[in-house]
Design a protein around this ligand. Sequence first.
Ligand code: MG
Length: 367
Amino acid sequence: MKISKIAVYQVDLPLHEGRYAWSGSKSVSVFDSTVVRVETDTGIVGHGEVCPLGPAYLPAYAAGARAGLHEIAPGLIGADPRDLAVLNRRMDALLQGHPYVKSALDIACWDILGQVVGLPVCVLLGGRFGADVGLYRAISQDTPAAMAEKVGAYRREGYRRFQLKVGGNPDEDIARIQAAAEVLETGDVLIADANTGWRQHEALRVAHAVKDLDVYIEQPCRTYDECLAVRRHTNRPFILDESMDDIAMVSRGHSDQAMDAVNIKISKLGGLSKARQVRDLCVSFGCAMIIEDSWGGDIATAAIAHLAHSTPAEFRLAATDFNSYVTVSTAQGAPKRTSGRMAASTAPGLGIAPRPDVLGDPVFEVF
Ligand code: MG
């Protein structure tokens, strides 16, 4: 079986809420997503998606994903898409670093492998744990009252886990966390995600002010060392995200006892193959995870669902249904949220069928 053609599409994903804002006054109104279609000489076709959270979040940007794909794709023509490890070695030889560029190609080849063997990707990644997966809802940065109101509204939609976008003015962030905590009930989970936005002294002030609230602190500062210093001075459960960008960092974080949970974003790590390695390592370490991606639509959400559903339930802090945040559907068959939860498809591969009218013409294709 050989890859015969790779086509790359660009899709705009506007938001139901109109705008998504996080630390440092950063925001996105329309997400720029990239969908990859990998065709084979057998007629089986696989799809993947990569959608950075704008250009100022991780070292990744939408046009960079497409430029990188343009660089790599010609070198994959003729490769066997079922040989995932061989394919990843080939991608790493063609382009040093840039894991997000490789993510959609890796996902598309998992989609192909699943179709070849007639099994959903979650079975290939280890099997299905439980009936479904609990989701968190990200609460865009706003006034404390507006954010608390959003938490209440999404709670009524069935979500029980909430991630507040903080990382702004520490006094206002303390008020945001306090206001949101008042809306919650027993069993709910509250995460304050600063997305690297605080200086160390600010993070320590916030962590101290909320020490009696049932809240997790996520990635308070830019560097790993700053986060570790904060971690060592707070009694709150601690999540690392932006600093945990490869398996070596997760291993180091575990050695330092730097976190209680890791945020796994598929594209940050380079695709399902490498995200699965980190996921399995975290399970072995006894470290919980949030399983998601930087953003995306139906195809990214399907990939998240397969990775999350194949993760032991007690290690899943939450996953994310990004396809419910955006107004455009790029594929049929993607997970649909029910009462704050979603399930991976039981169909072979990712279980999705892209909508050709939404994808439009490819930006480029190689064959
Ligand atoms: Mg985060």
